[in-house]
Ligand binder design. Structure first.
Ligand SMILES: CC(C)(COP(=O)(O)OP(=O)(O)OC[C@H]1O[C@@H](n2cnc3c(N)ncnc32)[C@H](O)[C@@H]1OP(=O)(O)O)[C@@H](O)C(=O)NCCC(=O)NCCS
Length: 185
């Protein structure tokens, strides 16, 4: 897939225009600011340490290589020329080649205006196009908004590891959710 390919443009609930596209190398600064802003706010994601531009460059290089190889789909959302959300799924290997593992985050200030739902629906379409049969994800049990969005697009909780996460002095269950993309016998 070519970098920067536009998948969809839509108007968010607050009237801003949102473009969903594949990432580009020159998204590096926006993506560095994006991940560090999530860490700063203490978002309910598994990443917990801020990154330098150099560390993010290594990470982005690997991501773009995986997209090029066809083992990963990444969709970023752009508003006013800046990347404000990142989402992806990675194809598993071996006996789980039919499975994709999904992740998503939206920058503070751009939530609750429909971008997460649009990204999820676009990822599901792309996973089907790739021939995947299952999408899986994991989410903090306390992340009510994320769980709501995942359920809305058809994910179901299939299990949890009690107290797998320890954040801000509290143990939190890690919930696992699955969406079947096609009827599996
Ligand atoms: C979780 C996340 C991806 C959702 O994306 P989003 O763009 O905010 O979601 P949308 O605007 O499409 O939809 C939000 C929905 O959640 C609902 N919602 C908001 N707060 C809620 C809460 N505390 N409990 C339940 N539902 C909630 C909204 O009403 C809306 O529902 P509706 O579409 O049925 O009206 C985004 O908020 C985010 O990135 N959060 C921080 C990082 C994170 O948690 N990532 C997920 C890690 S697993």
């Amino acid at each position: 897939m070519k970098t920067g390919t536009v998948f969809k443009t839509f108007i968010a609930k607050d009237g801003r225009t949102v473009t969903l596209r594949s990432p580009r190398w020159d998204d590096l600064d926006d993506l560095t600011e994006f991940i560090n802003s999530l860490i700063d706010e203490g978002a309910q994601i598994t990443a917990y340490q801020k990154v330098t531009r150099e560390q993010e460059a290594l990470w982005l290089g690997q991501q773009l290589a995986d997209v090029e190889k066809g083992t990963k789909i990444i969709i970023v959302a752009e508003v006013d020329g800046r990347v404000i959300a990142n989402s992806s799924f990675s194809k598993k290997t071996g006996y789980s080649e039919h499975v994709g593992v999904l992740g998503i985050a939206i920058k503070n200030g751009y939530r609750d205006i429909g971008i997460g739902t649009e990204l999820m629906n676009e990822l599901i379409l792309k996973a089907k196009d790739m021939g995947l049969k299952l999408l899986t994800l994991s989410v903090f049990e306390s992340n009510d908004r994320a769980r709501h969005v995942y359920e809305k697009v058809g994910f179901k909780e299939t299990g949890r590891i009690p107290k797998e996460l320890f954040k801000d002095g509290k143990y939190i269950d890690h919930t696992y959710m699955v969406k079947e993309l096609t009827k599996i016998p």
